[in-house]
Design a protein around this ligand. Structure first.
Ligand code: FPP
Length: 237
């Protein structure tokens, strides 16, 4: 059960790892390493707060264009994360899923992802989606192709049919998007799911994003009036 007032589904664009490292004269990959530590803490905070779903943007489909060494290190970090955190996820009742284009991931990483998804599939706590090799437009196109191949009559599909076939499945609406690192854009993240999302932008670089600020973002969301395109009088929760 979700505690009242909480956003059901939060998405986070974890930006600023490279700058965090640059400021300290460290290689960019050190920023990503610290970024993973922050992610673990925020996953725990989100789960303890009683969120229904958390989606973290770990590697965008555009990130494949980064220098080979950075891509390699990010893949290594994801590999390491899955190896070391699978027990934590399982023991904390978290259901883990990867969203994104898996065809571009290595066989080894796909194996670890499937293992983690299978192990946690019966859990009943928070859903954790890790967006890897993810792009919102790519997700929409893959979904259309998949549905056409499965025999859906694409001239008749409704919003709901489409939404549940996206990588995010039943968690197809995101309520709050947090972006660290000072930029104010969506960067191809959850573009269908974020149709009515609220946004929280912060200059804080991801490796400095604490659970206190995370709770503050949620508190800030709580103060807002969500109208979903209608007038205040017509929205009831
Ligand atoms: C962008 O920072 C951030 C990323 C490419 C995501 C990296 C995220 C992690 C390493 C955390 C992964 C989380 C888990 C749970 C495995 P940037 O390099 O664009 O920073 P910059 O804008 O300062 O250059």
């Amino acid at each position: 059960m979700r505690k009242s007032g909480l956003p059901g589904h939060v998405g986070i664009i974890m930006d600023g790892n490279g700058r965090w490292a640059n400021i300290r004269g460290l290689p960019r990959v050190e920023g990503h390493r610290q970024g993973v530590h922050r992610s673990k803490d925020i996953i725990d905070a989100a789960n303890k707060a009683g969120l229904e779903a958390l989606t973290l943007y770990a590697f965008s489909i555009e990130n494949w264009r980064r220098p080979d060494l950075e891509v390699y290190t990010l893949m290594q970090l994801l590999d390491m994360y899955l190896r070391t955190e699978i027990d934590f996820l399982f023991e904390n009742g978290i259901t883990f899923r990867v969203i994104g284009n898996r065809q571009r991931l290595s066989v080894g990483l796909n194996f670890l992802i499937e293992k983690a998804e299978e192990l946690t599939s019966q859990n009943r706590g928070m859903y954790l989606n890790l967006a890897i090799s993810y792009g919102g437009r790519d997700e929409i196109l893959r979904t259309i192709r998949k549905m056409a191949l499965e025999g859906y009559d694409m001239t008749k599909i409704e919003e709901h049919d489409f939404a549940v076939n996206l990588d995010t499945g039943q968690r197809d609406t995101v309520d709050l998007i947090i972006r660290t690192g000072g930029e104010q854009r969506l960067s191809n993240f959850l573009i269908w799911q974020a149709a009515y999302a609220e946004f929280y932008y912060t200059d804080t670089l991801w490796p400095d994003f604490t659970r206190e600020e995370f709770y503050m973002a949620i508190h800030n969301y709580n103060q807002r009036e969500r109208r979903f395109g209608t007038s205040a009088e017509k929205v009831s929760f």
